[in-house]
Ligand binder design. Structure first.
Ligand code: FAD
Ligand code: MLT
Ligand code: ZN
Length: 493
């Protein structure tokens, strides 16, 4: 699925050639250049992991991937591209879900995977400074002995990089507790589109000296520069953590449950995640976590995974148990059953169900993923309305749309509407778009709550941003990247 805008952008850029490879070889070891061009002459299949996105929905045709080891090397590569008018795609772990991290045509891929060192950690302030290519999970592992945790966590943690997280302003499973990266990122080092290194790698909590430039790169999806270093405020590791999966007879109970959980758990509530029955069944079918008992899922329309974390086990358990008692003893119970984890293994397995939903959906078929912000009360309505709409088009068939499911971050007002199809087809896409975007706009929601715009939603940006906003975004892009070489065709229409 490629958009026509790409064809017009490609004519503006030069392709990487043998002279460029020779130039890169002056400062990059051969092992950090992968190319189908001479002298490497690799088969194009070697570049597939970089050219194809995680969903196998978007496919680039890049001839060359470079994997620099530090900001200076990134800067040298970018300088050359700026001089020669070569378009660039910055790439982290390539787990993005909107096609932003793969080329549209044959842009040069700059993959940050070789920039994977922790630069410093201060156990007093909890401030971590790391190369952008550090994998999120390895940063968590690095922090564990220091009794700290990363302020974000997501299902892609084993592959996604902190630079990619920053560039997509990833939300994830801990946002409810620790807030967004706009708050926890304290500084960035960025290679700008002319190769200049912008050093804003501050480790200060407070710094009100004028415009906060780093904020522009958080969520810029590689369109303004390449993030090479990140300074981030980490959190003290909780001394106790529990989770519980609650089975609800109807969706309408989710909101009162959320209100009650916030009231009774207050500061120890650290996650409140929702998934409907159909996607739970897919998770179990595709081996994500251990199934709950038949008894526990019977009559459940949807589930909530709630996590508590705090400083004292007895205190936290008492609060959680009190909440569960209130829920069970109520005249009109909001929940059917609740499964409280009894061991670290069960804790992990219950999270594995939630974190494995993305993978389960991808194993089941081709997923059309709509990552939207809508009022909490409308989560089910959006899923049901979309299903009905596809039904009215005659598309609810095993050889077309197999499932329409919803899950997401209730605490953040973020629903993941997933339409699982047998194949990506123009017919299904035409039925879904602009239908879904218009539905979101009717609720004054956002067409991208956390995954970004990438290449998937450039044409839908206007549903969530005014003309004035888009105009100023274009001016900012022009200011930083007058030649438009940095991730063209992404974010801006
Ligand atoms: P990539 O996919 O490589 O790139 C993503 C974008 O950032 C691209 O536009 C790319 O050009 C740009 N980019 C990457 N690195 C840099 C850099 N160093 N400098 C400049 N630009 C850069 N997202 C959420 O928000 N919440 C979730 O809970 C969540 N869960 C996920 C679960 C799964 C199983 C998967 C597959 C994805 C999930 N995502 C989630 C999507 C999410 O956007 C990414 O996983 C992650 O933030 C992207 O990091 P990455 O290193 O893989 O970036
Ligand atoms: C999630 O919350 O699981 C992620 O954002 C990925 C997805 O939407 O599938
Ligand atoms: Zn999410």
């Amino acid at each position: 699925l490629r958009r026509s805008a790409h064809a017009s952008t490609s004519a503006r850029y030069n392709s990487v050639n043998a002279d460029d490879i020779a130039h890169f070889s002056k400062f990059l070891p051969t092992s950090t250049i992968l190319s189908t061009l001479p002298p490497q002459s690799l088969p194009s299949s070697e570049l597939s992991p970089f050219n194809d996105d995680w969903m196998n929905k978007y496919h680039g045709q890049s001839t060359t991937v470079v994997r620099p080891r530090n900001a200076l090397e990134v800067s040298e590569v970018v300088k050359r591209c700026n001089e020669r008018g070569i378009a660039i795609v910055p790439q982290g772990g390539n787990t993005g879900l909107v096609g932003g991290g793969v080329p549209i045509k044959d842009e040069l891929l700059i993959n940050l995977g070789n920039m994977n060192k922790v630069r410093s950690f201060d156990p007093v302030s909890g401030i971590l400074v790391a190369d952008a290519g550090c994998v999120l999970e390895s940063l968590s592992e690095y922090l564990a002995p220091h009794n700290h945790i990363m302020p974000l966590d997501l299902g892609a943690k084993g592959s996604c990089q902190i630079g990619g997280n920053v560039s997509t302003n990833a939300g994830g499973l801990r946002l409810l507790r620790y807030g967004s990266l706009h708050g926890s990122v304290l500084g960035l080092e960025v290679v700008l589109p002319d190769g200049t290194i912008l050093d804003q790698l501050s480790t200060l909590r407070k710094d009100n000296t004028g415009y906060d430039l780093k904020q522009l790169f958080i969520g810029a999806e590689g369109t303004l520069g390449i993030v090479t270093g990140v300074s981030i405020l980490t959190a003290p590791a909780p001394q106790s953590a529990s989770n519980v999966i609650l089975a609800l007879p109807k969706f309408e109970n989710v909101l009162p449950l959320f209100v009650q959980a916030k009231r009774q758990l207050s500061e120890i509530l650290s996650a409140f995640e929702f998934f409907d029955r159909e996607v739970y069944d897919l998770a179990i079918k595709h081996g994500q976590g251990r199934a709950l008992s038949e008894e526990d899922v019977e009559g459940a329309e949807c589930f909530v995974l709630m996590e508590t974390s705090g400083g004292k086990r007895e205190h936290d358990e008492e609060k959680l148990n009190q909440l569960l008692e209130t829920l069970f003893e109520s005249d009109k119970p909001l929940i059917n059953t609740g499964v409280l984890s009894q061991s670290p293994a069960q804790f992990a397995s219950m999270w594995a169900i939630r974190e494995g939903l993305t993978e389960a959906v991808s194993k089941e078929g081709k997923a059309y993923k709509y990552d939207i912000s809508v009022p909490l009360a409308k989560f089910k309505e959006v899923v049901d309305t979309t299903r009905e709409h596809l039904g009215s088009k005659g598309l609810l068939r095993d050889d077309a749309v197999k499932h329409v499911v919803g899950y997401g971050h209730v605490g953040d007002g973020n629903l993941h509407l997933n339409v699982v199809a047998a194949a990506y087809t123009p017919e299904i896409e035409a039925a879904l778009e602009p239908f879904v975007y218009e539905l979101v706009a009717s609720y004054k929601g956002s067409v991208s709550a956390e995954h970004g715009i990438g290449v998937m939603k450039t044409h839908a940006l206007h549903y969530s941003k005014s003309n004035v906003s888009i105009e100023w975004m274009k001016r900012i892009k022009q200011l930083f990247d007058p030649k438009g070489i940095m991730n063209p065709g992404k974010v801006l229409p």
